[in-house]
Design a protein around this ligand. Sequence first.
Ligand code: FA5
Length: 343
Amino acid sequence: MKSKLEKIHKEALKALKDAKDSDTLEKLERQFLGRKAELARIAKDIKNIAKEQRPVIGKLINDVKRDISAIIQEKKQGKEFLAKGRPPSGWDYTLPAIAPNVGHLHPITQFLETIEDIFIKMGYEVVEGPELESQKYNFDLLNVPEDHPSRDIQDTFYVDKKDARNNSYVLRTHTSPVQIRAMKTRKPPVRLIAPGRVYRNERTDAGHETNFYQCEGLVIDRNIRITDLIGTLELFIKRLYGDNVNIRVRPHFYPFTEPSIDIDMSCLLCAGEGCPFCKRSGWIETLGAGMVHPNVLKNMKVDPKEYSGFAFGLGIDRFMMLYYQVNDIRLSYSGDLRFIEQF
Ligand code: FA5
C-alpha cells in the first residue's frame, strides 16, 4: 500500500508539473483528489489492513493529499502561470482587475415595479397580454365603432398577418384589450392591472412617442361606483408622489367606459408654471378612466344588472417622467447610456 501511495504521489507531481491551463488543473484535481480517485479508494480500504499499520498508512495518505492539494492551490492562484507569462519589466499583477460593466433594469421597468407594488398592496393581481393584437380585442369587443378615428391608418400600425375574419392584426394601441382577455378566465370579483407596451402612429415630441407604456386597471364587483374609481386613483397618485400633488378630473369620452374621465396632475417638472413638457399649461394628462360600459361587460360575459366596474389606463411614461424629473419622453427609447446610467 505504501508503494502504491508513493507511485500515486509521483504520478501526480509529474502531471501537475506539466499542467499549463486551468482546465487541465481541474481535471487533475478530480483525478487525484476526487471522490472516485485512487487515493479515496485506498482511504476506504484502510479498515482492511493490520491495526498497527493503519496510523502509518493514514498519515501517508494525508501527506500525499496535502502535498497534491497545496501544489494545485498554488497553481490556481496563478503564481506559476503568471510568473511564466510575466513581461520582463514593470507589470504589477497585484493591481485590481478592471471591473466589468454591469447592466441594470431600464428606468421604465424599475418604475413599473414601483407601480405594481402599490397596486399589489391594494389587492390587485398583475396580468399580461400580447402586443400583436387582433382588431376584435383591440377595438370590437371594447365597443369601438368601425368608423372611430383611433382605427385610422394614420393612428394605428396594421401588420400583414390576418385573423380568421381576414382583418389585419394591429400593434395594440392601448392595454385595454387585456381587460377582455383576462375576463375569459375569470369571474367577478376581479381586481387586476395589466402593464405593457403599446404603439401609435404619432408625431413625436417631448411628451409623445410612437411606442410607450400603459398600465391598465380593471375592477369588477357588485356596487362599484365612480367614487371608488376616483378614490382609488387619488390614493395611487398620492402614494406615488406624496400628498402635495394636485389632480383634476375632466369629463372625457371613451367608447368602452360610460361615464369616462381623464385625470390630469399638476406638472411636477415646472411646479404648474408651464414648460414644454406640459405644453405650458401647468397640467399633464396622465390617464384615462371610467365605468366599464355595459356592452363591454356583456362581451366579458358579466351581467351588467348584477355587476359594475371601473377601468383605467395609466400613461406610464408620463408618470415615470414626473417621478424621476425627466423632461423628454424620447430619452427613454434613445438607448443613450448617458441617460440610462443615471438610474
Ligand atoms: C387610452 O388609451 C384608454 N385605453 C385608457 C382607458 C383605459 C380609458 C380604461 C378608460 C378605461 P388615451 O389614449 O387617453 O386612453 O391614453 C391613456 C394615457 O396614455 C394618456 O393619458 C397618456 O398619459 C398616455 N399616452 C397617450 N398617448 C401617448 C403617447 N403618444 N406617448 C406617451 N404617452 C401617451
